[in-house]
Design a protein around this ligand. Structure first.
Ligand code: SF4
Ligand code: SF4
Length: 308
């Protein structure tokens, strides 16, 4: 494809992505991930906790071309899920992370990506690709940063100066060359509000998270009994934790999500702990139908809701 044609195609893709509902979309080339050795060292030190899937497929994780051999460019897209100000829990209530107060983002964002891929195929019949949302051995944050959508903040998340960090990331590995975007400069500068606010000391150093100390990891991914001394630090959080995002200056007044599915379950924000502890499986399935909480299951949610 001629370079001019590729630029025209890029414009069409970006415009369609906005129409579908993505807030930002950028392109990068499928080069091996830089700083991969640091990731391996993070795993080696046990900082991924029990997230065994992170150890799988290291070659694919490092190099997107091993995941999809025909890939020539990666379209990275982000969509904001910020729902506006939310009420704080009352006594006897537990708090659920913002990202889980809607339909499961894996499904919602995947559908949006598939729509975008179908559109690309409709204008370029030889186009093909693979869509990923927080699945597959792929370093999403690094890719989004390389595509210029934001930078990896000291809270270890992608931060966009216009959108903050309450965002979901998805990407399409495409078998066509699209001119890439440039990364932007890191803008945390001297700020360290997220590091200082983390109650468990999980944010140890610039851009590094020790997942094995993170409330989100313990309440969602971890299967065992949470050590008492550690659980005491969790405050009201019973599913995920937004502290390091809540304090971020870039999250002070982000735009409210345009996607209704991400604010469909706001009533789940603060839930009676007694209610959770007395729930049976059927009630749990009905109550959390369609949300990411359903993946975690009732037994873990009860564990999280019990006093330390
Ligand atoms: S999610 Fe909570 S526990 Fe995890 S790093 Fe952020 S503030 Fe710390
Ligand atoms: S709180 Fe400060 S240091 Fe942390 S991600 Fe936001 S801007 Fe960066």
């Amino acid at each position: 494809m001629e370079k001019t044609d590729a630029s025209v195609l890029k414009e069409k893709i970006l415009s369609k992505a906005r129409e579908i509902g993505f807030d930002l979309c950028g392109i990068t080339l499928p080069k091996p991930v830089e700083h991969y050795a640091e990731f391996l060292e993070w795993i080696r030190q046990g900082k991924g906790g029990e997230m065994e899937y992170m150890k799988a497929n290291p070659e694919r994780r490092k190099n997107p071309a091993k995941l999809y051999t025909e890939v020539q460019s990666i379209i990275s897209c982000i969509v904001n899920y910020y729902q506006g100000k939310l009420p704080e829990p009352e006594d006897g209530e537990g708090k659920i992370s913002r990202y889980a107060l809607g339909k499961d983002y894996h499904k919602v964002v995947k559908k949006m990506l598939i729509k975008l891929l179908k559109f690309i195929k409709s204008i370029e019949p030889s186009a093909d690709g693979r869509a990923y949302v927080d699945t597959g051995a792929i370093m999403e944050k690094e890719i989004a940063a390389k595509a210029g959508l934001g930078w990896i903040g000291k809270n270890s998340l992608i931060v966009s100066s216009g959108l903050g960090s309450y965002i979901f990331i998805g990407e399409i590995l495409l078998n066509m060359y699209i001119p890439p975007d440039k990364p932007i400069t890191e803008r945390c500068k001297d700020c360290r509000l997220c590091i200082d606010a983390c109650p468990t000391g999980a944010l140890e150093d610039e851009r590094r998270l020790d997942a094995s100390k993170c409330i989100a990891y313990f309440t969602i991914e971890y299967g065992g009994e949470i050590p008492k001394h550690f659980k005491k630090l969790f405050g009201n959080w019973i599913y995920g934790c937004d502290i390091c995002q809540d304090v971020c200056p870039y999250n002070r007044n982000p735009p409210i999500t345009k996607i209704p599915a991400f604010k469909e379950k706001l009533h789940l924000r603060n839930i009676s702990l007694k209610k959770i502890l007395s729930m049976n499986e059927q009630e749990f399935n009905q109550y959390f139908q369609g949300t990411p909480i359903k993946r975690t299951g009732l037994q873990r949610l009860k564990r999280n809701a019990r006093n330390p």
